[in-house]
Ligand binder design. Structure first.
Ligand SMILES: Nc1ncnc2c1ncn2[C@@H]1O[C@H](COP(=O)(O)OP(=O)(O)OP(=O)(O)O)[C@@H](O)[C@H]1O
Length: 258
């Protein structure tokens, strides 16, 4: 049985059914000029509710990474608006965006992006250290306990397995209790069993901690851990699947020619 050391931020998707954690309105972005111009995002409007785990899927080049990077304040759109946790991030300056990313967004990338010279604990606490604050001890213990990292805190990344390193990255992403955790193929470097464990932890983070998660993936099995799949094609949203299974995702992607 899990012991809650600290009440979760909310009790999952049902707690705030109507509250979006992040929303995009009429987002467009292109690359290049004139006849060589590529439309990466074509008037995309989409909403991600608080406490939900969403996978973004679609064929290669359909705009998934561009959308995620814009939603996370890592890239800017040509037009449109993004509201994250009630803040219009499209109106922010670079420095404000940096603070927002550090304090209100968590990232889990395919490459674990841990600092090799720091211990697991120091890596987990790094965003808070950069922000000049410290972790709430109970929350730290709860996240680390939930992710099964209690015995690994003094280890450096090279002393950890790939799955353990990604769990450290997940703990780092969760520790600031961000508005949204963004995952970019978070299990892309893991074998299927370890990847399944990390995905199950992400799902628990949304169900038990009320964490909003948005993940880009090509893997229908990974997407089946999400509450919803958002489908993209040619820079636009072309559909969504509630309660996806690997099979329903495969069929939907097949129809898109992915
Ligand atoms: N920096 C860039 N310069 C020029 N074109 C770009 C750039 N980044 C992306 N694109 C183009 O924008 C479109 C959308 O790219 P994006 O990376 O968002 O797609 P994706 O769905 O994430 O693809 P993949 O699944 O292959 O990672 C593609 O046609 C891509 O070639």
């Amino acid at each position: 049985m899990t012991t809650f050391a600290l009440p979760p931020r909310n009790s999952g998707p049902e707690a705030f059914p109507a509250a979006p954690a992040v929303e995009a309105f009429n987002l467009s972005k292109g690359y290049g000029q004139a006849d060589t111009r590529i439309t990466a995002l074509d008037n995309v409007s989409v909403s991600f509710q608080a406490g939900h785990f969403t996978a973004i899927m679609g064929p290669s080049g359909s705009g998934k990474s561009t959308l995620m990077h814009c939603l996370a304040g890592l890239d800017t759109a040509d037009s449109g608006r993004i509201v994250l946790g009630g803040t219009d991030i499209t109106a922010l300056h670079d420095r404000q965006l940096t603070v927002l990313r550090r304090e209100r967004i968590g990232f889990v990338f395919q490459a674990f992006n841990l600092v090799p010279t720091l211990s697991a604990q120091q890596n987990i606490e790094l965003p808070l250290a950069l922000a000049g604050t410290t972790a709430d001890a109970k929350w730290f213990d709860y996240v680390v306990g939930t992710l099964g990292l209690k015995d690994r805190l003094t280890h450096r990344p090279h002393e950890l397995s790939g799955g353990q390193q990604q769990r450290v990255a997940v703990a780092r992403a969760l520790l600031t209790r961000p508005d949204v955790v963004f995952g970019d193929e978070p299990t892309g470097n893991l074998d299927s069993r370890t990847g399944g464990e990390v995905l199950a932890l992400l799902r628990r983070s949304s169900k038990e901690l009320g964490q909003t998660i948005i993940m880009v993936t090509h893997d229908p099995v990974a997407a089946s851990y999400a509450d919803r799949v958002v489908l993209m094609s040619d820079g636009g949203l072309v559909g969504e699947l509630p309660n996806p299974t690997a099979e329903s995702v495969l069929v939907a992607l097949g129809k898109l020619g992915a």
